[in-house]
Design a protein around this ligand. Structure first.
Ligand SMILES: [Mg+2]
Length: 122
């Protein structure tokens, strides 16, 4: 969405648009979670644990690439890794909802913090 040639900070229009899109995706993920996991969809620990589990599945694929068992250029590996990243994102949307947080706003706050911490010229 933001390339290196674009301004360092998104415009208010871009932020508002991203918030709307993310909100719509979150509503869908939450509705799915209620249907798919009726007993655990509102359990913050469960949702965070699932998000971590999916990240672990992505790490396991990355491990296989790193040790040379396969490469990212393998179409099946690309497919599987991308699916795991989407799984992480889906659970993250549920966690964001349960924490009642504005992910876009929090992202920019944290980005500013990280820029001050890591972005200085060395
Ligand atoms: Mg998965």
């Amino acid at each position: 969405m933001f390339s290196e040639s674009k301004p360092d900070k998104a415009s208010d229009f871009q932020i508002n648009t991203a918030q709307l899109i993310l909100s719509e995706m979150a509503s869908q993920a939450i509705a799915d979670g209620k249907r798919w996991f009726p007993d655990t969809g509102k359990n913050l620990f469960f949702m965070i644990a699932c998000m971590g589990g999916e990240a672990g599945e992505a790490i396991n694929i990355a491990k296989k690439i790193e040790r040379g068992d396969t490469t990212y250029f393998d179409k099946h590996i690309q497919h599987d890794l991308r699916e795991e990243i989407v799984d992480v994102f889906t659970y993250m949307l549920n966690v964001v909802h349960l924490l009642d947080m504005d992910l876009i706003e929090e992202y920019y706050k944290k980005r500013t913090f990280n820029e001050e911490r890591f972005g200085r010229q060395k």
